[in-house]
Write a protein that binds this ligand. Structure first.
Ligand SMILES: [Zn+2]
Length: 468
């Protein structure tokens, strides 16, 4: 339905402008002051309109373990995560709704879900997740998280000659499932896309990576993977391939302008050049990198090398929320400590561009979303500038990014559909979601995992930590 947002503040290259914006169908048709009113009128006075952010890396079903897992590095944290898996499809659906709701209410209009699958119910997991995303109306890319090595293969061996048990699914079984998921669910014109998303070089064989490349070429899909999140993975890559993980991914042809790579903490200068050359996107997940002690991704170096950078919340069990504004704030300020040259620091306006257009670039949609331009899809977020946390009136974007904005999103449109109004999702009953999340959970407290104990001694040995 056509509508006009009147007298709304927008961000320009030089500052701010007050304009009217007319949406026709699913796209932005006009941006100018004092447009003739047509269609539904939306009062934009004292509000700021920005392009929607892309939550460029998350794992929706981790919502059930948020706040739960003790401080551990990734390799041990994963054992805790996998020892309390989500096994119920209703929970999968609810966590997709919850992830989408929190993303929308913090300025996001699109989510990239690296989806952890229920073993034996893989297609059903994808289906339940998509049901949630379609219902709430968010744009979504789902990368079913596949791998073909057992969890302990993700830690370098360092001469220990460990017996690694075979994984229950081979590369071929993974790829057969993925192809079925693509054929059944990939509907980009409806705002739901499938990506090929092997979890990472630490748990995936050559055959699995190559099969993913082949499927992404055949169906014209984006590629997504975790990359060098931890120091242990950096060591593992040398052990496995005799080169860095980036050199390996480049050699097999995984890197491209439709490839996005989550974390990218432990890259060297040549690796960074390879990402720039292949026009790959880095997804920065600062909260998760801090929570798991993974390290600080060299984001200022990426930007100087011309590598596209987007922001993600990562799964809720390692972040422990899906607030895009929080991830952007930390991911912006964090790097001031890494470079005394303050001219390289990220300012709030650049951060908005990274979160919106940078995110869109990573999923090969920069020509369709990510900025306020005539002809682009109307994926828009309207912020209430009279909210207490955005007052007094200073620099709206400065305060949105560096401040502590609370409930500032008034409305969200995806493809021209208003899916949030007056701060609430319009298509789902958020009260019901709250009750369902309550009902399906309990106050468990900490997790106890026997797998953690089994792997801890070897992990400590590999990382040069004393004793066991
Ligand atoms: Zn992740």
């Amino acid at each position: 339905m056509d509508f006009t947002i009147q007298k709304v503040l927008i961000l320009t290259d030089t500052g701010y402008r007050t304009v009217d914006i007319r949406i026709e169908g699913d796209a932005i048709a006009h941006i100018a002051p004092d447009l003739e009113a047509r269609g539904t009128i939306v009062n934009g006075a004292n509000k700021l309109l920005l392009p929607g952010f892309i939550n460029a890396h998350t794992h929706s079903s981790e919502m059930w373990q948020r706040g739960l897992i003790s401080p551990y590095p990734l390799e041990l944290w994963l054992t805790q995560l996998y020892d309390c898996p989500v096994i119920n499809l209703e929970q999968i659906y609810l966590s997709a709704l919850g992830t989408a709701a929190e993303t929308l209410l913090s300025g996001g209009t699109c989510v990239v879900d690296h989806l952890v699958l229920i073993p034996g119910k893989e297609l059903e997991t994808v289906e339940a997740t998509i049901r949630g995303y379609r219902e709430i109306g968010i744009r979504a890319f789902i990368g079913p998280l596949i791998y073909d090595r057992a969890l302990d293969a993700g830690i370098p061996d360092e001469g220990a000659n460990r017996e690694i048990e075979p994984f229950y699914w081979t590369a071929e079984q993974n790829l057969n499932f993925l192809q079925a998921a693509i054929e059944k669910f990939h509907r980009p014109e409806e705002g739901i896309g499938i990506m090929t998303a092997p979890t990472g070089m630490q748990l995936c064989s050559d055959a699995l990576f190559k099969g993913c490349i082949e499927l992404s070429d055949r169906y014209n899909l984006c590629r997504h993977t975790h990359l060098l999140e931890t120091k242990a993975q950096e060591k593992l890559a040398w052990e496995k391939y005799g080169c860095t993980a980036v050199a390996y991914l480049d050699r097999i042809g995984f890197l491209s302008d439709r490839t996005s790579l989550a974390h990218c903490v432990w890259l060297n200068d040549e690796d960074i050049s390879l990402l720039a050359k292949t026009r790959s996107t880095v997804v920065h997940n600062p909260l998760s990198n801090l929570r798991l002690g993974s390290g600080i991704a060299p984001v200022l170096k990426y930007r100087q090398a011309g590598v596209n950078v987007a922001f993600g919340c990562d799964g809720t069990a390692s972040s422990d929320g899906q607030d895009m504004l929080e991830a952007i704030k930390i991911g912006t300020m964090l790097h001031n400590t890494t470079d005394f040259e303050y001219r390289n620091w990220i300012d709030p306006k650049k951060a908005v561009k990274m979160a919106a257009l940078g995110g869109a670039t990573g999923i090969k949609l920069a020509d369709k979303i990510g900025s306020l331009e005539v002809g682009k899809k109307a994926d828009l977020v309207l912020y209430d500038l009279t909210n207490l946390s955005l007052l007094p009136r200073t620099d709206p974007v400065g305060l949105l990014i560096f401040g502590r904005p609370t409930r500032v999103v008034d409305s969200v449109w995806v493809n021209g559909d208003r899916i949030v109004a007056e701060g609430k999702p319009t298509r789902i009953d958020i009260e019901k979601l709250r009750q369902d999340l309550f009902q399906y959970s309990d106050w468990t407290g900490d997790t106890k995992s026997s797998t953690t104990q089994k792997m801890e001694a070897h992990y400590r040995h590999v990382m040069g930590l004393p004793g066991s």
